[in-house]
Design a protein around this ligand. Structure first.
Ligand SMILES: [Zn+2]
Length: 205
């Protein structure tokens, strides 16, 4: 896996790959940097997975999709409005609505769905709270947790379609996953489920 920090909000973009293909998770910004990383890996891009549709996680999506028009963009069901009606979604928090948003997902994914990308198996876990359509992707021993779970904290739940009560349930579901897993969040450092079970004050006991 390759990890890039992109854009002014410091979004973690991850590129997961095997011998057949690569998958980009959250192309937040810096399209040339992401494209360079894909070239270095040398495997065809086969899917773009979004943990949610916030502008800081999709800033390079339009360019990436233009360069790879056949590659599907997957988004959790419930975040469609972020693309279709950004004025409504962002008017309370942004002076200027970002213009570079990609305007549709190719496939809306649901809780429990399995996504097979040329031998890479991702399981979708719907984790609403930060946004209504936030999802985590389980892959091997990793969780790509978007803005739901961070090292020592959790994502904000005061945005459009946020829900603090759902955030609590989503965090509890993550903590209830079996065993330990590496956690790769949408911002800041990686962590593990065990570390968060022990130290994160937002996940309950
Ligand atoms: Zn977010």
């Amino acid at each position: 896996m390759k990890h890039l920090v992109v854009g002014s909000m410091g979004v973690n973009c991850y590129i997961v790959y095997n011998e057949n293909a690569c998958v980009v998770i959250d192309p937040g910004d810096d399209y040339p940097k992401i494209e360079d990383a894909i070239s270095e890996i040398g495997k065809p891009l086969e899917a773009i997975l979004l943990t949610h549709a916030h502008f800081d996680h999709v800033g390079a999506l339009k360019e990436l999709k233009n360069a790879h028009p056949e590659v599907p963009v997957l988004l959790g069901e419930g975040d469609e409005e972020h693309f279709s009606d950004p004025v409504k979604v962002y008017k309370k928090i942004l002076w200027k609505i970002p213009e570079n948003l990609y305007l549709a997902a190719d496939r809306l994914v649901k809780d429990g769905e399995m996504i097979d990308v040329k031998g890479m198996a991702f399981t979708v876990m719907h984790t609403p709270g930060h946004t209504a359509g936030s999802v985590c992707y389980l892959y091997e021993d990793a969780v790509f947790s978007g803005d739901t779970l961070f090292r020592g904290t959790c994502g904000r739940s005061d945005f459009y379609s946020s829900d603090p009560a759902q955030m609590k349930v989503s965090l509890a579901r993550l903590m209830a996953l079996e065993g330990d897993r590496r956690v790769f969040p949408g911002h800041q450092a990686a962590t593990t489920l065990d570390r968060e079970r022990k130290y994160n004050p937002f996940v309950g006991r």
